[in-house]
Each structure stands twice: as C-alpha cells, then as structure tokens.
Design a binder for this molecule. Sequence first.
Ligand SMILES: C[S@@+](CC[C@H](N)C(=O)[O-])C[C@H]1O[C@@H](n2cnc3c(N)ncnc32)[C@H](O)[C@@H]1O
Length: 365
Amino acid sequence: MFRTGADSVSARLRQRLHEAIAAAGGWLPFDRFMAIALYEPGLGYYTRNARQFGALPSSGSDFITAPELSPLFGAALARQLAQALDATGTDELFEFGAGSGALAAQLLDALGARVRRYAIVDLSGTLRARQAERLARFGDRVCWLDAWPARIEGVVVGNEVLDAMPVQLLHFDGTGWQERGVASTGDGFAWQDRPTALRPPHAGPFEPGTVTEIHPQAEAFVRTLAARLARGAAFFVDYGFPEAEYYHPQRSGGTLMCHRGHQADADPLADAGEKDITAHVNFSAVALAGQDAGLQVLGYTSQAHFLLNCGIAELLQDASLAERAAAQKLLAEHEMGELFKVIGFVAGEPFDALGFVHGDRSHRL
Ligand SMILES: C[S@@+](CC[C@H](N)C(=O)[O-])C[C@H]1O[C@@H](n2cnc3c(N)ncnc32)[C@H](O)[C@@H]1O
C-alpha cells in the first residue's frame, strides 16, 4: 500500500545517482548525493508522488511535523507573524518549503484579510500540487513562485525547511579532516573519504572518528534571503542547536538521519529516494549568515518558549482533550518543545518580537 510504482522510480533514481557519481569521476560529495536523493525532478524523495507527512505509519507517511500535529501551532505562530506584519508595515507572507500546505491553511485562517498575498516557494512540484488542492479555498490570495523574488517586502516563514537542505559531511580520523562522499559499488553505494581543506566552523576538540556536517546550502539560503528582504522579518522553526552544542565532542556521530514509516535510521545510502534525509540545523551559523548579510536577529529560543510567548496556553483553553494532547507534544521537553528552536530576523528597525519576550537565548548562539 506504500507507493505505486515506487520500485521503478527508486531504480531510476539509483541509476541517476550512479550516473552522477560516474560523471563526477567516481566520487560524489555527500551534499550532491543528498540533493539528488531528495529533489531530483520526479524521482527524489520530495519530488515523487509520495505521502511524506502524516500522523501514523498506516497512512503511508514517514514523519510528522508541527503543523500536521496540531493546528494550534499555526494559530500561535500567526500571532507572531501578525505582530511582524504590523511592525514592518507589510501585508504579504512568504512560506519556504510548505509541505502539504497545512501551515499555510492555519496561518491564512488565523490572519484572514491581514494577509494580502501568501506566496509559496517549494522545490517540489508534486508538493505544490498538493498545496494547491488544500489551499484552493483561499483563491488567488495564494500563489507559487518558481524562483526567489528579486525583492521581498513581507514576512517570511519556514518550518523544517533548513534541515531538509543538503549538507556536506566531514570525517576526522584523529590527525586530519576528510570530506566524506559516495562511490558506486556495483549496484550499491559506499562511503569514500577524500582529503579536504574544509573544516567545521568550531575549533573542537573532536574525537578521532568523528563524522559531522557543515551546512553551506542553509547558510547560502539565509544570505540570499538577507539580500532579497528589503523590508520585513523572517522566522524559521527547526531542530538544532547553537554551534558549541552541535560540535560537542560527545556528538561524534553528527546528526544526519533518515526517516521512513515513522522510524529513524542513519544510513542514507540505503533505499535512496524512499526516505527523508535530514541534518540538524547549526543555528549559530544561520544567525551569522543572516547578520553578515545585513539582517538583525530578533531572537532565538526553544519552540516551547516561543509558542507559550505567543499565547498557545490561552488557545489551548478552548481546545478539546484530543487537541490538547496533540498540542502538548509541541511543548513537551522530551518531544518537540526543547529540540526544536525558533530564530527570528528583521530587515530594518528591530522590534520586541512577541515570541522571544521570555527565554530569549540569542546570547548562546
Ligand atoms: C521536512 S519538509 C517540511 C514541510 C512543511 N514545512 C511542514 O512543516 O510540514 C521540507 C520542505 O522543504 C522543501 N524545501 C527544501 N529545500 C527548499 C528550498 N531551498 N526552498 C524551498 N523549499 C525547500 C521541501 O520540498 C519540503 O516541502
């Protein structure tokens, strides 16, 4: 019941990966492998006709995200976005990586006429079709952009989009750093390391055998955003840590992870295209990329703090028992409350952003 024709799509994707490895001289940096596995048109995990997001494996889904878990996520986030629209004098929202369109629906429901236009940018054409179906009731207030707009005036939002951007892998063998890439082995794939001048952005120390990630694409994304955001603010929600925690000696295995059928595994080379591949976000690097390119950090805190600051407790009062149980997962420390963080940026005059009023941790970045 999983996916019609998934086997042949996966076989074509594997073929495409082998071709890319051959074209690159027998060794593909991992970020290129991840980009193809996730986003190769029609074949990648996000670009094939699959159902990634959902609450239970029985739905054929692989993982759940905050807006899929509870509409109160969007309702609370909407309060922050409303304040940001007012503070920056704008009336347009931009969502990057809109998934099934769940968050867009929640935000448009909560913000009503305050949003003149809701623009979605997503790498996946199949997801765009799902979003269009789900958001049809909002008419032509919702639009899709094929590329970055040259100039953005408005408020930008992205939930779990930074973690879906390809990462480079680095391996410390005890004396030096190697870049970890992928080679073909007949039908399959294997890791292969090469000497590199690349380094983690943190001095360490690192245990021999450490494999970790660097995030040039996520940082470039934030720099592009900074260059285009002429007036407005941006909020990103994702799992991750500040740099010192990210590159802590005890995290010697890095954070690369795959998700399928609500199970996690650490082998992105197996079953490429059939599972999600993600890495945690280095929020220090994200903050720095934004600042270096002219944005100011409005705040950085845990998802639990952010949603409570935005008044989710008040919204919960009117919720049913089932809705409350789901929303609690957004807040609980051992679920999404602490691992997930929110970072906010502003282009222009900073304001006291609602979501960071208590528990701002910008100083830890
Ligand atoms: C893990 S899903 C999250 C979806 C949704 N935001 C949610 O919370 O359910 C990642 C999404 O980001 C999109 N994506 C990844 N990189 C992107 C980029 N550079 N620009 C726009 N969308 C991107 C993917 O196509 C996918 O829709």
